[in-house]
Write a protein that binds this ligand. Structure first.
Ligand SMILES: Nc1ncnc2c1ncn2[C@@H]1O[C@H](COP(=O)(O)OP(=O)(O)OP(=O)(O)O)[C@@H](O)[C@H]1O
Ligand SMILES: [Mg+2]
Length: 456
């Protein structure tokens, strides 16, 4: 069922409920109001009659009946006088015996003037009014007035009919108004759906003008932001794919060139061996590059899953990974780790740190130490990797986090490397909502500081 129709249905059901309660309340009020009016009239008439009736009570029952008959014809009702024990004394119809006891509910409740209405099977709507009186000689008695009240029920019915007509008209008006109202409320949602359906792999932008400041506006903003982010991500992937293919082509071109010339080099063993060495080097480079690309792909696809890792484990991991490389260059790996539990995505985090440490080792001459420290700084964790290596020139620093970027100094210093290491580090830091700082001086060394929020 469409949202618009759901809203319409809810409005309508609510309105019908409201109408019904209004109808009940108003018609009840009106009925009570009418009954009070009818009661008043009878009480006034009864009081007038009592002046005469008191003269004959309780001494002359026959004359009382005559009076009663007279009044009864005049007012078109039945009059009964009851004695103080509520037994019949005189009846205008002359049908009830003296001292007969009537079985009427009004006689039970009566204290003072009372008027009650009953819907009887034989006579329709009937009004009973009981008026207590006391004669001058202190004799107590009651006058019971029984009158037909069909006019009252007619008035109530016609009033109810009138209200129903009014409510019926209001209902029709409401149905129409609420239909358009529901339509108006849900129209932005339909517009959003329409715009979303227009999105294709080629055209992925989402924008929609909307003036009100409500949840729909929030939804539109969220979709716009999401589409922007997805587009950025997509753009980055595309750019990355183009750059990667381009970068992979370079060693491949070299490999095919060498392979083309290999048959001619067969005669000269020295050149032949050189060719084979170059082939092995280019293949290794490609392998490294592909490994880095796979790592990055994994990083993009997997969302971060935080786990706890302590600095001891990090130290053990780094020692295991870099001890031999460091020993080979006679580089001392110095650790200064505070005892901290870090909440990070372990795989991404270690991959990032590995890349920075590997750079420090790769771009340092022999015998120069590499210092790695982890400590708490205010509410952040600071990881520093410091070397006394070749350093980075100011012109290169701003590019080192770009994929495949390698400075000329670095390439001259060490042929190996694809220029993806720091790009991966940057991704890791972004995923952990941290930041990275580079302090470096050409020929002096480099310190990379990574700041992470240690949040669970
Ligand atoms: N500790 C460092 N000392 C000097 N230069 C550095 C250092 N770390 C990074 N660089 C510079 O930043 C560039 C990018 O580093 P990155 O780690 O991304 O690539 P890479 O080390 O060349 O290759 P790989 O993808 O194998 O890591 C390096 O080529 C080098 O120019
Ligand atoms: Mg590197």
């Amino acid at each position: 069922m469409k949202l618009q129709h759901q809203l319409w249905l809810i409005y309508s059901v609510l309105f019908i409920l409201v109408c019904l309660s209004v109808f009940m309340v108003i018609s009840n009020r009106y009925e009570n109001h009418l009954k009070i009016g009818y009661g008043q009239v009878t009480i006034t008439q009864g009081a007038a009659m009592l002046d005469r009736l008191k003269e004959t009570y309780p001494y002359a029952p026959k004359r009382s009946v005559a009076y009663l008959r007279n009044f009864s014809q005049q007012f078109n009702n039945r009059l009964i006088i009851l004695d103080q024990d509520k037994q019949v004394y005189a009846d205008s119809f002359g049908q009830l015996d003296q001292q007969a006891r009537l079985n009427l509910a009004i006689l039970e409740s009566a204290e003072g003037y009372t008027s009650e209405f009953y819907n009887t099977e034989n006579f329709g709507y009937v009004q009973y009014t009981l008026l207590p009186f006391t004669t001058e000689a202190e004799h107590e008695g009651y006058l019971l007035v029984i009158s037909e009240a069909s006019q009252l029920s007619d008035e109530i019915k016609s009033f109810q009919f009138w209200i129903m007509q009014m409510l019926g008209i209001a209902l029709v008006v409401f149905f129409v108004v609420s239909y358009f109202l529901a339509n108006w409320f849900s129209s932005p949602i339909r517009k959003i759906i329409f715009n979303l359906k227009q999105i294709t792999p080629q055209k992925r932008t989402f924008s929609m003008a909307y003036k009100r400041n409500d949840e729909i506006k929030e939804l539109i903003d969220a979709i716009e932001k999401m589409s922007d982010r997805l587009n950025q991500y997509d753009e980055r992937q595309k750019r990355f794919l183009t750059t990667s293919s381009h970068e992979l082509k370079t060693p491949l071109t070299t490999i095919s060139l060498i392979l083309e010339n290999l048959p001619y080099a067969k005669e000269d063993e020295e050149i032949y061996n050189e060719f084979i060495q170059d082939l092995a080097f280019q293949a290794k480079k490609m392998k490294q590059m592909i490994e880095q690309l796979l790592q990055m792909n994994a990083m993009w696809d997997v969302g971060s899953r935080k786990e706890s890792i302590n600095t001891q484990d990090i130290k053990a991991h780094l020692k295991q990974s870099f001890q031999y490389i460091a020993e080979d260059k006679n580089i001392a790996l110095e650790f200064d780790f505070a005892a901290i539990d870090l909440y990070v995505d372990k795989t991404l985090f270690l991959r990032g740190i590995d890349n920075v440490v590997s750079n420090a080792l790769r771009y340092s001459p022999a015998n120069q130490p590499v210092k790695i420290s982890i400590k708490n700084v205010q509410d952040e964790i600071k990881i520093s990797i410091c070397d006394r290596g070749i350093g980075i020139s100011p012109g290169d620093v701003e590019h080192i986090f770009e994929p495949f970027y390698r400075s000329n100094d670095a390439t001259a210093w060490n042929q190996e490397g694809s220029g993806l290491g720091l790009y991966i580090v940057k991704q890791m830091v972004e995923i952990h909502q941290g930041r990275i700082e580079v302090n470096t001086e050409l020929g002096q060394g480099t310190r990379i500081d990574i700041f992470l929020k240690n949040l669970k």
